[in-house]
Design a protein around this ligand. Structure first.
Ligand code: UGA
Length: 436
């Protein structure tokens, strides 16, 4: 099937490459010429496992191209909208300017029967508004939210755990659903649940899913606060809770909390939209989820300060990690970088290292020190803080090796990812988050 993907960021570039890999003829559109050039050359403009391979494969097959001209989307049967919906400057709502600009650009090229499939995370009601905007063109709007996780984006796109398509309950809507069923035929045949809903429900599924995940993380982080105050261990608590299949262990990782380009801004946009709908109190708990999450960063900083006896000024602190999570170079709202910035603000001599996100971090926070080599970051450090659980730190860093490099054997495990007993046995003062 001929399709366009408008917006080639973390979501769109992966979607375009994945669709080409299952046999579709795909044109990716983005306003950023440099990104388009990189993608056309088969190079991923950001770190995402398996993406480079898919881009190369797509280029060689001739089924995948990228362009900065919206006119090149003309003739596609389906147009996927994959542009960003960041937090509005100075507020909590989603900024829909890129969604509207994409529709503005697409309108002159739409033909009757074209399907516009929204993938961007939008406030409920957006799809219906866009449907009205494009009505005269004869195109149909359906909503097909995306649930991919960065670092697993190719895997999640090719083998999703569910497909959701929202459409109007009319003949055009039904046709739109049928077209998407064809797009995802391979996954549907493999047994992936294909759920058809109205437009509003499809939009809500995405917001609700991210709100739930954020709530689950903040729930366990709230328990970490109680564990800290009562001498309990939140990691053992999470293991015990997780055995209840109604609860499950995933997303019960306590630590410095969630970040990234999705969960933080999505829960705020969700609450902002609920308030517009006069139902703010229904999701009032999301403000608490946000507040618990932000307190975790403060807690990590406090642990460092306390471990250093209150004397942080001029002390050298190695921060292991900058990306908001492993297998990503994304530093958007990275809790770990926030911890590094706060420590720097207290006068510490902070050195950050990360296997993938160092350049992004250095561009955003030039006031921090950076070391490409993990050992250089550790050398002469008075304290070490793990903020991103990369294998390089979680699995491959031995307490004895690190102990030979640092000045002070103090480690703050911001992701509760280390074997506390092993670090203590090697003479380290170990501090987890909500752990004994
Ligand atoms: C999230 C959702 O998981 C995806 O389903 C969704 O499609 C995506 O947002 C989106 O809206 O585009 P992502 O932002 O890639 O995906 O990251 P997650 O793997 O969900 O992690 C988010 C944050 O939560 C990270 O900072 C991670 O370190 C933190 N986290 C995760 C915890 O602190 N504890 C946990 O137990 C799990």
């Amino acid at each position: 099937m001929r399709m366009s993907v408008i917006g080639c960021g973390y979501l769109g570039a992966v979607h375009a490459a994945a669709m080409a890999s299952i046999g579709h003829d795909v044109i990716g559109i983005d306003v950023d010429e440099r990104k388009v050039a990189a993608l056309n050359a088969g190079s991923a403009p950001f770190f995402e496992p398996q993406l480079t391979e898919l881009l190369t494969e797509g280029r060689e097959s001739g089924r995948l191209r990228f362009s900065d001209r919206m006119a090149d989307a003309a003739g596609a049967q389906v147009h996927f909208l994959a542009v960003g919906t960041p937090q509005i400057p100075g507020g909590h709502a989603a900024d829909l300017r890129y969604v509207d600009a994409a529709i503005d650009g697409l309108l002159p090229h739409l033909r009757p029967g074209d399907v516009i499939a929204g993938k961007s995370t939008v406030p409920v009601g957006t799809a219906a508004r866009l449907a009205t905007r494009v009505a005269d063109s004869g195109a149909t709007v359906v909503w097909n939210p995306e649930f991919l996780r960065e670092g697993w984006a190719v895997h999640d796109t090719l083998t999703p755990d569910r497909l959701v398509v929202g459409a109007e309950p009319d003949a055009a809507g039904e046709r739109g659903v049928a077209v998407l069923r064809e797009v995802y035929a391979a996954a549907v045949e493999a047994g992936t649940p294909f759920l058809v809903t109205d437009l509003a429900t499809a939009e809500l599924v995405k917001g609700a899913a991210n709100a739930f995940l954020a709530t689950k993380i903040s729930f366990i982080n709230a328990m970490a606060e109680i564990a800290d105050a009562s001498g309990a261990d939140v990691a053992l608590l999470a293991d015990a809770l997780g055995h209840d299949s109604r609860i499950g262990r995933r997303y019960l990782g306590a630590g410095i909390g969630f970040g990234g380009g999705c969960l933080p801004k999505d829960i705020r946009a969700f609450a902002a939209r609920a308030e517009e709908l006069g139902r703010g109190e229904a999701v009032g708990f999301l403000h608490e989820v946000d507040a618990i999450n932000l307190r975790r960063r403060e807690r990590a900083v406090q642990l460092v300060v306390d471990a250093l006896g209150g004397l942080v000024f001029g002390r050298r602190i190695a921060v292991l990690g900058a990306a908001f999570k492993p297998f990503s170079d994304d530093i958007r709202d990275s809790p770990g970088l926030d911890v590094a910035v706060r420590l720097r603000g207290l006068g510490a001599d902070v050195v950050v290292t990360d296997p993938a996100a160092l350049d992004n971090a250095a561009a955003a926070h030039p006031q921090l020190g950076y070391a490409r080599d993990r050992n250089d970051a550790l050398r002469e450090a008075d304290a070490v803080v793990i903020v991103t659980e990369w294998d390089e730190y979680r699995r491959d860093l031995s307490p004895a090796h690190a102990g030979g490099l640092v000045r002070g054997r103090i480690i703050i495990d911001g992701r509760n990812c280390l074997d506390a007993a092993a670090w203590r046995a090697a003479g380290w003062q170990y501090h987890g988050m909500g752990r004994r």
